[in-house]
Design a protein around this ligand. Structure first.
Ligand code: PLP
Length: 386
């Protein structure tokens, strides 16, 4: 096993990649001054910061004035929903949004001003459906927010088509692309007026990201207290982390995500455990993600036993302080609560090989045999610490 071999939780976070670490250290050592200060060394940091902005603008094919550096996706979603809520109206949000959108939208707009868009059986918002809804709604939404790819299932939303529909109706579109950027090409994303990106999902540091804002926005004052980021988001810029995010993004440009290892894993798993259900197997998914409903035993039992064998996996649901909450994504897909308790998410990274997927499969089979034996020999489970 390589160092990262047992790590199958890349959708939760990724280790800092080498180019990001080098860029962060170089900036921390040589470009640590406050870019707003007035002496030459600080002006140098300002220039470097603006060069990174231009580089991202080039990658996203948009004007540099649309790039606002942020403290990660959750913070950015919160400030943008609060900003948009001030304009009044309602927000239409996708049926399987991350809590960083769902809860931020609810807190800013209030539950009564949120409309949950209908999804198909895989939780995708159909562009023709959105077209119909916008066409007949006299109460036009302030914005439509639909993620690029789901963090739990990897299922991809037709965000490009949805952006076209929104543009046709003159409605702002937000896309939380936290799980997309660094895994899939970003070409076309800038057609969404608002786009959220998080660096730690693609080998950059935690607590840094970027927000694409609509063209020619006046100072948005998303966060006040200083003139930084063109008056859009106040606070001293975290240049070392921004430089590291750019290095991580650039490193990912050369990596072509292949689904071969994941697909072979799923096929073999279905052979070993015929009653296993792979979520979204028939539709477009991120190549690194596999969410399955195991045929028996609670997901926390699988997770704990896999951890003992050196594998880090997830139950897929939003976890806070070690508490697994029911998965809103699986609920939206019509999965019943009992089956939800058997969900496991495996998410791979650029270093994950086919051999790593095979080792995960072997470990799952071994754990399954152990769990079956324990059940039959009457061993009582003692919960997560077992
Ligand atoms: N949005 C999605 C789709 C995510 O998967 C995550 C991370 O779990 C977030 C937002 C939150 O990102 P951050 O950790 O940068 O706040």
């Amino acid at each position: 096993m390589t160092d990262s071999a047992g790590y199958f939780d890349y959708n939760a976070t990724t280790p800092l990649c080498d180019p990001a670490r080098e860029a962060w250290l170089a900036a921390q050592n040589g470009a640590w001054q406050n870019p707003s200060s007035l002496y030459p060394a600080a002006a140098g940091v300002r220039r470097e910061l603006e060069a990174v902005r231009e580089q991202f603008a080039d990658w996203f094919d948009c004007d540099p004035t649309r790039i606002v550096f942020t403290g990660g996706a959750t913070g950015a979603n919160n400030v943008l929903f609060h900003h948009l809520a001030r304009a009044g109206g309602v927000a239409w949000i996708g049926p399987v949004e991350h809590p960083a959108v769902r809860d931020a939208a609810r807190a800013a707009f209030g539950s009564h001003r949120i409309v949950l868009l209908p999804g198909d059986r895989d939780g995708r918002v159909e562009p023709s459906q959105l077209e119909r809804l916008l066409g007949k709604s006299s109460d036009r939404p302030t914005l439509v927010s639909v993620m690029a790819a789901n963090n739990e299932t990897g299922i991809i939303q037709p965000w490009a088509e949805l952006a076209v529909v929104c543009a046709r109706h003159g409605v702002a579109m937000h896309c939380d692309a936290s799980q997309w950027v660094g895994k899939e090409p970003v070409k076309g994303l800038s057609a969404c007026g608002w786009v959220t990106v998080s660096a730690h999902k693609f080998g950059g540091p935690k607590g840094v990201g970027l927000l694409l804002i609509p063209e020619q926005s006046p100072p948005l004052r998303l966060q006040v207290g200083g003139p930084q980021e063109g008056g859009h988001l106040a606070g001293t810029e975290n240049y070392p982390s921004i430089a590291a995010m750019a290095a991580a993004f650039e490193a990912r440009l050369e990596i072509v995500g292949s689904a071969a290892g994941r697909d072979a894993f799923e096929a073999a798993l279905a052979e070993q455990l015929p009653d296993v259900r792979v979520i979204g197997r028939e539709v477009l998914r991120l190549a690194n993600t596999s969410m399955v409903l195991m045929p028996r035993h609670l997901n926390l039992k699988w997770l704990t036993r896999l951890a003992r064998r050196g594998f880090a996996v997830s139950t897929g649901s939003a976890c806070s302080a070690g508490q697994a909450a029911p998965s809103a994504t699986l609920a939206a897909l019509g999965v019943d609560p009992e089956a939800m308790g058997r969900a496991l998410r495996f998410s791979a990274g650029p270093a994950t090989s086919s051999a790593d997927w095979e080792e995960l499969l072997e470990a799952l089979c071994a754990v399954g045999t152990d769990l079956d034996k324990d059940r039959h020999s009457g061993i009582l489970w003692r919960g997560i610490s077992d």
